[in-house]
Design a protein around this ligand. Sequence first.
Ligand code: 2BA
Length: 109
Amino acid sequence: MKMVIAIVQDKDVGKLLQGVTREGLSATRLASSGGFLRSGNTTLLFGVEEQRLDTLLAIIRETCHLREEMLTQTQSIMGPVNAHIPYPIEVPVGGATIFVLDVEQFIKV
Ligand code: 2BA
């Protein structure tokens, strides 16, 4: 068995969970936020049999999309008076960041 940890954008979660549920796969959804943008995203945990891993990865690829998010940075400028002006930077986010781990034991009691 494998444990798939997928960090996805909130906007993609609905379609992704629809797809995995249709395939009879189980998921746990955790609210999370990215360390860089500090904005909300979703972390999904999937315990999946090895032979179904490719199916799961295909659903994630189909439903999670790359988007450009705006990051407003604060830039220091030198002038007669020290000032900070915000300037927006486009940051690519997604489709999904995926970790695949071996599961030593899977126990339900
Ligand atoms: P964030 O940390 O908020 O990062 C959002 C996007 O900002 C990233 O998109 C990447 O394009 C950019 N980015 C992140 N760190 C950067 C840095 N130090 N310098 C320049 N740009 C940077 P994704 O790579 O698609 O990542 C989306 C989210 O997935 C991340 O949100 C984070 O929550 C998670 N993630 C990505 N890589 C990870 C890793 N190695 N370990 C744990 N979580 C990760």
